[in-house]
Design a protein around this ligand. Structure first.
Ligand code: IFM
Length: 475
């Protein structure tokens, strides 16, 4: 055989076995809020509270995925996804937060998992993506450490039913948001605004992660992977003055090290404890909690959208302090003296600056600080004001450019030795974007919420081609 007859070598830009996926969350897409025995969650309550969610939107119907999951899985298969990251609705699996599992709720996830596996798509389950059963909130929510024990029980019930077919389990999605937006700035459910409560909830969420990890290990086959997903921040100082550097240290502590240290080292960072000493004495940390929280996990999920630039506050500047989370009250406990500075660059429809280097910075930092911990990019994507043109097509060149830049950052990081094993685009579908309602479209598939018609945007076709070839096209 002549050399010329050999097939062209197939060379991927990404590591061997790289997982290509997309992500969603239960409350954002499922709908069927009152079906199959599901009880209300804190987001049902919050979205019904006047003024909390734009336009009064709720997740009652959302993308109606509960009824249309077959169509959605078929779309995933058409796009060539290798994995699908979705969350279970705690109030669907264990309505009211205590007692036996709701078999009807678990039946839905059974069907979804089987549908995925039937199409060769690996299910990746998140247990908590912010929809706490309202009954547990009424009993104290994340301010009560008992909630962490209820979470572990729920984890066990879910793993018992689905653990034979789901290889990867994530305890929590973005506990920073649950604690700091839910209890700090109040822009997320349950809508509380107290720095000490934000830190208390933070600790109890981490305790839930630790107890949940143990519960999962007890139920799952030894081959199963247990993970945690954090929205870590790529924190940059606005300038080089000591005050700017100190502001960056403080926010790095509250965004990153307040999670990474307890989970991977079994301790809270001394500087964070000192910075927050006027807020709390951290008496909610009990003996043994940090040993629970630091149980080994198999990988760390990273959600990245935009960098965080901070400097020293300038009291003479009348501009309101901003942190990109839509609230007037700061989500950060003990951020006195810190000013959030908009990063450079074009912005998405969320107003978030586009900066792919932040993802590279974050991934390489984790390579250096957590040697040997496998990483997954469990969310990355952008909202734009997409619309369907008269021919029915949805052209979203900005999203394609965003994805291209961020996937290139992942490619560069992998080439520089970061053990990053996969990428999950946020999101599969346009969906309920929390306090922004349906006004912000993150999907690679457009959803017409009146008709529930799904239309893959240009970005979906682009992503499918990247998956097929394993390569990023030339710009
Ligand atoms: O929609 C959210 C998701 O639920 C969690 N991560 C960020 C996304 C975009 O805001």
């Amino acid at each position: 055989m002549s050399v010329a007859a050999l097939p062209a070598p197939v060379r991927s830009d990404f590591p061997t076995g790289f997982v290509w996926g997309a992500a969603t969350a239960a409350y954002q897409i499922e709908g069927a809020a009152a079906e199959g025995g599901r009880s209300p969650s804190i987001w049902d309550t919050f979205s019904r509270t006047p003024g909390k969610v734009r336009n009064g939107d709720t997740g009652d119907i959302a993308c109606d995925h509960y009824h249309r999951y077959r169509e959605d899985v078929a779309l995933m298969a058409e796009l060539g996804l290798g994995a699908y990251r979705f969350s279970l609705s705690w109030p669907r699996v264990r309505p009211g937060g205590t007692g036996p599992a709701n078999e009807t709720g678990l039946d839905f996830y059974d069907r979804l998992v089987d549908e995925l596996l039937g199409k060769g798509i690996t299910p990746v389950v998140t247990l908590y993506h912010w929809d706490l059963p309202q009954a547990l909130e009424d009993a104290g929510g994340w301010l009560d450490r008992e909630t962490a024990y209820r979470f572990a029980e729920y984890a066990a019930l879910a793993a018992r039913r689905l653990g034979d077919r789901v290889p990867t389990w994530t305890t929590l999605n973005e506990p920073w948001c649950s604690a700091f937006l839910g209890y700090g700035s109040g822009v997320h459910a349950p809508g509380r605004t107290s720095p000490v409560e934000a830190l208390t909830a933070h600790h109890h969420l981490l305790l839930a992660h630790g107890l949940g990890t143990a519960a999962l290990r007890a139920e799952l086959p030894s081959s199963a992977q247990v993970s945690l997903t954090l929205n870590l921040a790529a924190v940059r100082p606005a300038g080089r003055t000591p005050a700017d550097l100190d502001a960056a240290r403080r926010i790095d502590g509250l965004a990153n090290r307040i999670f990474l240290d307890p989970v991977f080292k079994g301790s809270y960072p001394a500087d964070v404890l000192a910075d927050t000493a006027h807020v709390t004495d951290w008496g909610f940390v009990h003996d043994g909690d940090l040993a629970e929280i630091s149980r080994p996990i198999d990988s760390l999920g990273i959600n990245y959208y935009t960098p965080t630039v901070v400097g020293a506050d300038d009291p003479s500047d009348p501009a309101p302090r901003q942190d990109g989370h839509a609230g007037e009250i700061s989500p950060w406990p003990a951020d006195e003296g810190v000013r959030f500075v908009p990063a450079e660059g074009s912005r998405t429809a969320m107003g978030w600056p586009v900066d792919a280097d932040g993802l590279y910075e974050l991934l390489t930092r984790l390579r250096d600080e957590l040697p040997g911990v496998p990483l997954l990019v469990t969310e990355n994507g952008a909202a734009y004001d997409d619309y369907s043109d008269p021919s029915g097509a949805v052209h979203d060149p900005e999203r394609v450019a965003y994805l291209h830049g961020h996937l290139d950052a992942v490619r560069r990081a992998a080439a520089d030795g970061v053990p990053v094993g996969g990428y999950f685009l946020w999101s599969l579908l346009d969906n309920f974007e929390w306090s922004f309602g349906y006004g912000k479209r993150f999907g690679m598939v457009h959803v017409d919420f009146a008709s529930q018609r799904r239309t893959p945007k240009d970005s979906a076709r682009w992503y499918a081609e990247v998956i097929r070839t394993g390569r990023l096209p030339e710009e």
